[in-house]
Design a protein around this ligand. Structure first.
Ligand SMILES: [Zn+2]
Length: 320
């Protein structure tokens, strides 16, 4: 079996070298690995299927791993370039394609009067756009309008740049919203009817209005519904929830979906990822630890369902 494992590793490496690993081409990776495994001797059809699935899993892990590393490296460079502009412990949750926008923001903060005490405290992808978290002294004359203008400028610019790679992109609507280029749009799965109708998610409800808390909850509920639609067991479990868990699921539906869809980390980093995500949700720190524990547990279930869904999308439902 070790021989077969080695050969599989060679197949996977061959795929990774030949292809643009920045894009996950579902059909192509399946065909490639499958064709290569056909040349392995002495395997039953179900062993070949099993091996093909494992190969696809390995390709995915490599691509996602690369992307996470790339992003970590560029954020590190950002911090060392602007040590005075970015607070210690600033939290960033966004794809590598948008790191240049953070650079631009930090550069601008550096030009503000020192009395404003303007600092970048973090940034996050939200509804497909980049939202900056900036602290500053609001009582300083002119500070408020300028900082708000900068935040809006960066947010609007992010809606034209692929979050994954930095190429020109637009807002896409699938099970969730993301701003990506044509190539990365293929990773999002089935697009919704609304795709293309909105250039700016903050105008979904009415012109010039950002989603209010209640609108965000409605949007969250819709995306949770879409998420659970083909995860039968989890959907059934969600139906039976009562009391506090039911409230929490409603309140954080959108965050749970975003975090589950965005979990592109290797399994060994999942616990940390889950902990970090939940800690960053609004008001979550004012809830009981018990609530946070429940949210972490539920998020983990959704992530595992999402991983499973990704595997099933390979159109490799077990043949045995
Ligand atoms: Zn892209």
């Amino acid at each position: 079996m070790t021989d077969t494992d080695d050969r599989l590793a060679v197949s996977v490496a061959g795929y990774l070298i030949k292809h643009d690993t920045d894009v996950f081409q579902h059909e192509e990776v399946e065909d490639w690995i499958h064709a290569d495994i056909e040349t392995f001797e002495g395997l039953s059809p179900s062993q070949r299927d099993e091996l093909t699935r494992e190969g696809i899993r390995m390709v995915r892990a490599h691509i996602f791993g690369d992307r996470v590393t790339k992003q970590a490296r560029s954020l590190e460079a950002l911090r060392s370039r602007w040590p005075r502009m970015i607070i210690e412990g600033a939290e960033f949750s966004l794809g590598p394609g948008w790191v240049p926008l953070l650079n631009r923001a930090a550069q601008r903060l550096d030009t503000y009067p020192s009395g404003w005490c303007a600092l970048l405290r973090g940034a996050k992808e939200k509804f497909g756009c980049l939202v900056l978290h900036i602290s500053y002294d609001r009582d300083e004359r002119g500070s408020r309008s300028e900082v708000e203008r900068l935040r809006e400028e960066i947010r609007l610019t992010s809606l034209s740049i692929c979050e994954a790679c930095g190429r020109p992109g637009r807002l896409r609507m699938a099970g969730y919203a993301k701003t990506v280029c044509d190539r990365h749009a293929t990773e999002m799965g089935i697009v919704r009817d609304e795709d293309g109708l909105y250039a700016d998610p903050w105008t979904w409800a009415e012109p010039d209005a950002r989603p209010s808390r209640s609108e965000a909850i409605v949007l969250g509920a819709r995306s949770l519904q879409a998420f659970l639609a083909d995860v039968v067991e989890l959907e059934a479990e969600a139906e039976t929830l009562e009391g506090r868990p039911r409230e929490l699921l409603k309140e954080y539906a959108g965050y749970l979906v975003d975090a589950a869809k965005g979990a592109i980390v290797k399994t060994e980093y999942l616990q940390d990822y889950v902990r970090g995500e939940v800690a960053g949700w609004p008001d979550v720190l004012s809830h009981h630890e018990e609530d946070r524990e429940w949210l972490r547990g539920w998020l983990m279930k959704m992530i595992l369902a999402e991983y499973d869904r990704a595997r099933r999308k390979q159109k490799l439902s077990p043949s045995q």
